[in-house]
Write a protein that binds this ligand. Structure first.
Ligand code: KIV
Length: 271
């Protein structure tokens, strides 16, 4: 198998910030292995996430909770070999950041093996961990809104921030995390208006999944956008492989194009 596309300049956290400043949209996808990382990064995707969604789409669990730091590190090493210059963001899995020492050690494990940013799930309570990581040179993405690692506390995969007070609290918490040094905020499953307000309020880039069309970047789980994951897809999922005569790489390119032109997410993918 070969891919002859010209190599591009590696994407960094500065590239993403410049894209936000210039009003450009960027595309993000998950990848968990060499071939998918190669396909994703050579099709114009700016950010690869080695997400703990691997617990569901790779390991077949019913949540991301069983995923360990070693699982994530293993998949990240596979992805790193296939990555063609995309920015590599990696999840700290459930309970891998409950103390300062553990947060630093687990993040260091990932960074030493090639991660360029770690992603943690939560709100303002992550401010101290964010500050600590940033002080040690580790860029942070804070994942807010629907945080799947807290699914048992949230009581299900539900839209977050519908209530005006909770929406305002999410904006305030996003500002606290930005102040603490988070370089990216990721918003999952929030009403499109809230996605828009948080993106407007923050200087740092905001990535959305089910957060409407106005965020600076969009992300989807690769297996969802290829229609590979069994069961009923979430409202924010679009299958880009269906009807695409150019196969997997064509589907990824169509996704990138749709994100950049603003045609995805469409109103039917929003809350
Ligand atoms: O683990 C993951 O794939 C994620 C995305 C849903 C954003 O966190």
């Amino acid at each position: 198998m070969s891919n002859n596309s010209a190599p591009r300049k590696a994407i960094t956290v500065n590239t993403l910030q410049e894209m936000k400043n210039g009003g450009g949209k960027f595309a993000c996808l998950t990848a968990y292995d060499y071939c998918s990382a190669h396909a994703v990064s050579s099709s114009g995707v700016e950010v690869i996430l080695v997400g703990d969604s691997l617990g569901m789409v790779i390991q077949g669990h019913d949540s991301s909770l069983p995923v360990t730091i070693m699982d994530v590190a293993y998949h990240m090493r596979c992805v790193k070999r296939g990555n063609q210059g995309a920015f590599l963001m990696v999840d700290l899995p459930f309970m891998s950041y409950y103390s300062d020492m553990q947060t630093l050690e687990n993040s260091a494990t990932l960074m030493r093996k090639g991660a360029q940013m770690v992603k943690l799930e939560g709100g303002a309570w992550l401010a101290d961990s964010t500050r600590l990581l940033v002080q040690h040179g580790i860029p942070v993405c804070a994942h807010m809104g629907l945080t799947p690692q807290s699914i048992n506390h949230l009581g299900g995969y539900r839209v977050q921030g519908r209530d005006p007070a909770k929406a305002q609290a999410m904006i305030d918490e996003a500002l606290i995390l930005q102040e603490a040094g988070a370089a990216i905020i990721l918003l999952e499953c929030v009403p499109r208006e809230l996605g828009s307000r948080i993106t407007e309020a923050l200087d740092v880039p905001v990535i959305g999944i089910g957060a409407g069309p106005d965020t600076d970047g969009q992300i989807m789980v690769l297996h969802d956008m290829l229609g590979l994951y069994p069961g009923r897809p979430a409202k924010f999922v679009k299958n880009f492989l269906r009807g695409n005569v150019h196969g997997v790489q064509g589907a990824i390119m169509a996704y990138v194009d749709a994100v950049k032109t603003g045609s995805f997410p469409a109103p039917e993918h929003c809350y």
